[in-house]
Design a protein around this ligand. Structure first.
Ligand code: ADP
Ligand code: MG
Length: 286
């Protein structure tokens, strides 16, 4: 009962001499409730993997099972339906509509889901409150900071109660503090039951996920847990989006995990403990 299952998935581009193997025989399972970071050098296949998971692209070979359904052979229209209803996207460049207010940006996916105006606005306002933007509801993107724009994008990603949130370098365009706030928000959403898959170049950001997958030349070369996922629902992937309030991304935010606290204090710099203590213990000179 896994949310995402890849069996020997490959993706090729071009033919013969011009053939590029963007993904090479990937076998992978992601359970509902996981928080996965995907890392790897530029060109290693991260975007291709995200695009296939998010059904923006199809596969050349192998089997992709999403929420217990084999979607490998699905045509664009069928993939689009799943995408709109079960997947929320967050991008490095936020991708907000500039001529629309925060609330309209968040409500837009609900238009396609055929919610009426009243329900859309009510839900969008609630989601903006959830990401700590209740005082920016009618602001346009150019009246918001980068961190605030990304929070609007997160609210929009949650619009249709997705089974999974895909984030491609969500902190890539943000300063350290705004990035930390976005990560606190994503961790809160994960703690509330949301499944998150995030691409990042930053090892300190990746460590905040519960699992790190490394790609090299289209191959999966490492897959390891950093800590147990905040909430892994192995049996029920249908309603993976809990409607609980996540922790708001404020500085006063209490972190339950003291490790995370340290990380936040040092702005993601891992503190290298001095060896002097050990030295003293063993009578070493200092
Ligand atoms: N549409 C495409 N056409 C041809 N080659 C592509 C296409 N998309 C990606 N590739 C190639 O596939 C490989 C993986 O790309 P990508 O998934 O974008 O890597 P990453 O996101 O890790 O930088 C690269 O060699 C890239 O050039
Ligand atoms: Mg990429």
């Amino acid at each position: 009962m896994s949310l995402i299952k890849f069996q020997s998935v490959s993706r090729y581009y071009g033919h013969d001499d011009a053939k590029t193997i963007a993904l090479d025989d990937i076998t992978l399972t992601i359970e509902s409730g996981e928080f996965v970071a995907i890392m790897g050098k530029s060109g290693s296949g991260k975007s291709t993997l995200m695009n296939i998971i998010g059904m923006l692209d199809g596969l050349s070979d192998g089997t992709y099972t999403f929420d217990e359904v084999d979607v490998s052979g699905f045509k664009d229209s069928k993939r689009a339906y799943i995408r709109q209803n079960k997947i929320g996207f967050i991008f490095q460049s936020f991708n907000l509509l500039q001529r629309h207010t925060a609330i309209d940006n968040v409500a837009l996916p609900m238009v396609y889901a055929k919610l009426n105006r009243f329900s859309r606005d009510k839900r969008a306002a609630g989601l903006l409150r959830k990401v700590g933007l209740e005082d920016r509801v009618y602001h346009f993107p150019n009246e918001l900071s980068g961190g605030q724009m990304q929070r609007v994008a997160i609210a929009r990603a949650l619009a249709n109660k997705p089974n999974i949130i895909l984030a491609d370098e969500p902190t890539g365009n943000l300063d350290t503090e705004s990035g930390a706030n976005i990560m606190t928000l994503l961790q809160g959403l994960n703690a509330a039951g949301n499944t998150i898959i995030m691409v990042t170049h930053d090892p300190d950001i990746a460590k905040l996920a519960s699992r790190i997958i490394n790609l090299r030349d289209g191959k999966l070369v490492d897959d390891s847990l950093t800590k147990p996922a905040a909430s892994t629902k192995r049996a029920d992937s249908k309603e993976s989006v809990a409607e609980q309030e996540p922790e708001k991304p404020t500085k006063t935010n209490k972190q339950t995990n003291s490790k995370a606290k340290d990380k936040k204090k040092s702005k993601f710099k891992t503190s290298t403990k001095k060896k002097s203590k050990t030295k003293q213990k063993h009578g070493g000179k200092s």
